[in-house]
Design a protein around this ligand. Structure first.
Ligand SMILES: C[S@@+](CC[C@H](N)C(=O)[O-])C[C@H]1O[C@@H](n2cnc3c(N)ncnc32)[C@H](O)[C@@H]1O
Length: 208
Protein backbone atom coordinates (compact mmCIF):
# COMPACT_ATOMS: atom_id res chain seq x y z
CA UNK A 1 0.00 0.00 0.00
CA UNK A 2 1.31 3.49 -0.88
CA UNK A 3 2.32 5.61 2.08
CA UNK A 4 0.11 8.64 2.79
CA UNK A 5 1.68 11.97 1.96
CA UNK A 6 0.96 15.60 2.72
CA UNK A 7 2.07 17.98 -0.01
CA UNK A 8 2.72 21.73 0.08
CA UNK A 9 3.15 23.83 -3.05
CA UNK A 10 4.58 27.30 -2.42
CA UNK A 11 5.12 29.94 -5.09
CA UNK A 12 8.02 32.37 -4.65
CA UNK A 13 7.27 35.15 -7.14
CA UNK A 14 10.64 36.91 -6.82
CA UNK A 15 12.73 34.05 -5.41
CA UNK A 16 16.02 33.86 -7.30
CA UNK A 17 16.81 31.00 -9.67
CA UNK A 18 20.60 31.16 -9.30
CA UNK A 19 22.81 30.43 -6.28
CA UNK A 20 24.43 33.88 -6.18
CA UNK A 21 22.71 35.17 -3.05
CA UNK A 22 24.41 35.85 0.26
CA UNK A 23 23.95 33.45 3.19
CA UNK A 24 24.62 36.48 5.42
CA UNK A 25 21.67 38.40 3.97
CA UNK A 26 19.16 35.98 2.46
CA UNK A 27 16.12 38.33 2.69
CA UNK A 28 18.01 41.19 1.01
CA UNK A 29 19.76 39.26 -1.76
CA UNK A 30 17.53 36.33 -2.79
CA UNK A 31 14.17 37.83 -3.79
CA UNK A 32 12.71 36.81 -0.43
CA UNK A 33 13.73 33.18 -0.68
CA UNK A 34 13.70 33.37 3.14
CA UNK A 35 9.88 33.21 3.00
CA UNK A 36 10.16 29.81 1.27
CA UNK A 37 12.90 28.60 3.61
CA UNK A 38 10.63 29.21 6.58
CA UNK A 39 7.90 27.27 4.78
CA UNK A 40 10.32 24.34 4.45
CA UNK A 41 11.06 24.43 8.19
CA UNK A 42 7.33 24.61 9.02
CA UNK A 43 6.51 21.72 6.69
CA UNK A 44 9.27 19.30 7.72
CA UNK A 45 10.98 20.10 11.01
CA UNK A 46 9.77 18.49 14.22
CA UNK A 47 11.32 18.91 17.65
CA UNK A 48 13.34 15.70 17.24
CA UNK A 49 13.02 14.73 13.64
CA UNK A 50 11.72 15.28 10.14
CA UNK A 51 8.18 14.68 8.92
CA UNK A 52 8.78 11.75 6.58
CA UNK A 53 5.15 11.85 5.40
CA UNK A 54 5.50 15.34 3.86
CA UNK A 55 6.77 16.66 0.55
CA UNK A 56 6.97 20.18 -0.86
CA UNK A 57 7.30 21.86 -4.25
CA UNK A 58 8.85 25.33 -4.06
CA UNK A 59 8.26 27.14 -7.35
CA UNK A 60 10.87 29.90 -7.79
CA UNK A 61 9.97 32.58 -10.31
CA UNK A 62 12.67 35.21 -9.86
CA UNK A 63 15.68 36.03 -12.07
CA UNK A 64 17.78 34.99 -13.90
CA UNK A 65 16.20 31.82 -15.34
CA UNK A 66 12.69 31.07 -14.04
CA UNK A 67 11.09 28.76 -13.29
CA UNK A 68 13.00 26.45 -10.98
CA UNK A 69 10.94 23.99 -8.96
CA UNK A 70 12.65 22.52 -5.92
CA UNK A 71 11.06 19.26 -4.80
CA UNK A 72 11.70 18.18 -1.22
CA UNK A 73 10.75 14.66 -0.17
CA UNK A 74 10.61 14.08 3.60
CA UNK A 75 10.95 10.35 3.07
CA UNK A 76 14.48 10.74 1.67
CA UNK A 77 15.53 14.07 3.14
CA UNK A 78 18.96 14.48 4.78
CA UNK A 79 20.90 17.48 6.16
CA UNK A 80 17.83 19.65 6.92
CA UNK A 81 18.29 21.56 10.17
CA UNK A 82 15.89 23.98 11.87
CA UNK A 83 17.94 27.07 10.99
CA UNK A 84 17.30 29.06 7.83
CA UNK A 85 20.99 29.39 6.92
CA UNK A 86 21.51 25.64 6.49
CA UNK A 87 18.35 25.38 4.39
CA UNK A 88 19.55 28.34 2.28
CA UNK A 89 22.82 26.46 1.69
CA UNK A 90 20.83 23.40 0.52
CA UNK A 91 18.94 25.65 -1.92
CA UNK A 92 22.25 27.06 -3.18
CA UNK A 93 23.30 23.51 -4.10
CA UNK A 94 19.97 22.88 -5.85
CA UNK A 95 20.17 26.17 -7.76
CA UNK A 96 23.72 25.43 -8.92
CA UNK A 97 22.31 22.63 -11.08
CA UNK A 98 21.12 23.33 -14.61
CA UNK A 99 17.91 21.38 -15.30
CA UNK A 100 16.61 21.63 -18.85
CA UNK A 101 12.98 20.55 -18.50
CA UNK A 102 10.88 18.33 -16.29
CA UNK A 103 13.62 15.79 -15.52
CA UNK A 104 14.62 16.00 -11.85
CA UNK A 105 18.26 16.62 -10.93
CA UNK A 106 19.08 15.66 -7.33
CA UNK A 107 21.32 18.08 -5.43
CA UNK A 108 21.34 16.39 -2.00
CA UNK A 109 19.33 13.41 -0.64
CA UNK A 110 15.62 14.26 -0.80
CA UNK A 111 16.10 17.50 -2.75
CA UNK A 112 15.78 17.74 -6.53
CA UNK A 113 15.20 20.53 -9.02
CA UNK A 114 13.68 20.95 -12.46
CA UNK A 115 11.96 23.65 -14.54
CA UNK A 116 8.29 22.77 -13.99
CA UNK A 117 5.74 25.57 -14.02
CA UNK A 118 2.77 25.70 -11.65
CA UNK A 119 0.46 24.14 -14.28
CA UNK A 120 2.84 21.20 -14.67
CA UNK A 121 3.15 20.70 -10.91
CA UNK A 122 -0.66 20.69 -10.67
CA UNK A 123 -0.85 18.17 -13.51
CA UNK A 124 1.66 15.93 -11.69
CA UNK A 125 -0.52 16.06 -8.55
CA UNK A 126 -3.78 15.48 -10.45
CA UNK A 127 -6.34 13.29 -8.68
CA UNK A 128 -5.22 14.37 -5.21
CA UNK A 129 -7.35 16.42 -2.80
CA UNK A 130 -6.29 19.96 -3.84
CA UNK A 131 -6.65 22.90 -1.45
CA UNK A 132 -6.02 26.59 -2.17
CA UNK A 133 -5.05 28.39 1.03
CA UNK A 134 -6.85 31.73 1.03
CA UNK A 135 -8.43 34.00 3.59
CA UNK A 136 -12.18 33.88 3.11
CA UNK A 137 -12.20 30.19 2.18
CA UNK A 138 -14.04 27.48 4.05
CA UNK A 139 -12.98 27.33 7.71
CA UNK A 140 -10.34 24.61 8.09
CA UNK A 141 -12.23 23.33 11.16
CA UNK A 142 -15.17 22.42 8.89
CA UNK A 143 -13.00 21.01 6.07
CA UNK A 144 -12.72 17.23 5.86
CA UNK A 145 -9.20 16.22 4.82
CA UNK A 146 -8.86 13.62 2.07
CA UNK A 147 -6.16 10.92 2.31
CA UNK A 148 -3.30 12.76 0.53
CA UNK A 149 -4.02 16.48 0.58
CA UNK A 150 -2.14 19.03 -1.52
CA UNK A 151 -2.03 22.63 -0.22
CA UNK A 152 -1.15 25.56 -2.46
CA UNK A 153 0.23 28.49 -0.47
CA UNK A 154 1.21 31.99 -1.61
CA UNK A 155 4.34 33.90 -0.58
CA UNK A 156 4.36 37.41 0.87
CA UNK A 157 2.80 38.60 -2.42
CA UNK A 158 -0.09 36.11 -2.29
CA UNK A 159 -1.21 34.79 -5.70
CA UNK A 160 -1.68 36.28 -9.16
CA UNK A 161 -5.12 36.05 -10.77
CA UNK A 162 -3.70 33.55 -13.25
CA UNK A 163 -2.44 31.31 -10.44
CA UNK A 164 -5.77 31.39 -8.61
CA UNK A 165 -7.59 30.55 -11.85
CA UNK A 166 -5.19 27.65 -12.59
CA UNK A 167 -5.50 26.15 -9.10
CA UNK A 168 -9.30 26.50 -9.13
CA UNK A 169 -9.47 24.96 -12.61
CA UNK A 170 -7.48 22.00 -11.27
CA UNK A 171 -10.38 21.40 -8.84
CA UNK A 172 -9.15 23.09 -5.67
CA UNK A 173 -11.38 23.96 -2.79
CA UNK A 174 -10.56 27.17 -0.96
CA UNK A 175 -9.77 26.79 2.73
CA UNK A 176 -8.96 29.38 5.39
CA UNK A 177 -6.99 28.79 8.58
CA UNK A 178 -8.41 31.86 10.33
CA UNK A 179 -9.86 35.32 9.93
CA UNK A 180 -6.53 37.17 9.64
CA UNK A 181 -3.85 37.18 6.91
CA UNK A 182 -0.98 35.09 8.27
CA UNK A 183 2.53 34.36 7.05
CA UNK A 184 2.75 31.38 4.72
CA UNK A 185 4.91 29.33 7.12
CA UNK A 186 2.49 29.93 9.98
CA UNK A 187 -0.35 28.63 7.79
CA UNK A 188 1.69 25.47 7.13
CA UNK A 189 2.32 24.95 10.86
CA UNK A 190 -1.40 25.30 11.55
CA UNK A 191 -2.27 22.85 8.76
CA UNK A 192 0.24 20.24 9.89
CA UNK A 193 -1.13 20.54 13.40
CA UNK A 194 -4.71 20.31 12.10
CA UNK A 195 -3.87 17.11 10.20
CA UNK A 196 -2.02 15.68 13.23
CA UNK A 197 -5.12 16.24 15.33
CA UNK A 198 -7.73 15.06 12.82
CA UNK A 199 -6.29 12.27 10.66
CA UNK A 200 -3.31 11.77 13.01
CA UNK A 201 0.39 11.52 12.18
CA UNK A 202 1.19 8.57 9.94
CA UNK A 203 3.16 5.74 11.60
CA UNK A 204 6.30 6.59 9.64
CA UNK A 205 6.09 10.37 10.05
CA UNK A 206 9.14 10.38 12.33
CA UNK A 207 11.04 7.41 10.93
CA UNK A 208 14.82 8.00 11.10
C1 LIG B 1 1.40 36.65 3.72
S1 LIG B 1 0.06 35.84 2.95
C2 LIG B 1 -0.17 36.79 1.45
C3 LIG B 1 -0.54 38.19 1.69
C4 LIG B 1 -0.70 38.95 0.40
N1 LIG B 1 -0.32 40.30 0.63
C5 LIG B 1 -2.13 38.87 -0.09
O1 LIG B 1 -2.83 39.84 0.06
O2 LIG B 1 -2.55 37.84 -0.64
C6 LIG B 1 0.80 34.39 2.34
C7 LIG B 1 -0.12 33.27 1.98
O3 LIG B 1 -0.53 32.59 3.15
C8 LIG B 1 -1.84 32.06 2.96
N2 LIG B 1 -2.69 32.65 3.99
C9 LIG B 1 -2.46 33.73 4.74
N3 LIG B 1 -3.45 33.90 5.63
C10 LIG B 1 -4.35 32.91 5.43
C11 LIG B 1 -5.57 32.53 6.04
N4 LIG B 1 -6.10 33.23 7.04
N5 LIG B 1 -6.18 31.41 5.60
C12 LIG B 1 -5.65 30.68 4.60
N6 LIG B 1 -4.49 30.99 3.99
C13 LIG B 1 -3.85 32.09 4.38
C14 LIG B 1 -2.27 32.39 1.55
O4 LIG B 1 -1.96 31.29 0.72
C15 LIG B 1 -1.40 33.60 1.24
O5 LIG B 1 -1.19 33.75 -0.14
Amino acid sequence: MARPVRTFVVIGHRAVTAPNFSLDDVPGTSGRLDVLLRCVAAAFVLSHGIRRDTEAYLILLGPPDPPRTVWIQGERLRHLNPDERTTAALFKKALALQPSGTAWLQSTPGIAVNKMKLDQVLERLKGRDLVLLEEGGQDVQLWKPGPNPVFVVGDDKGFTDHEIAAVRKAGAQQVSVGPLALHADHCITLLQNHLDRTVGPSPFSMAP
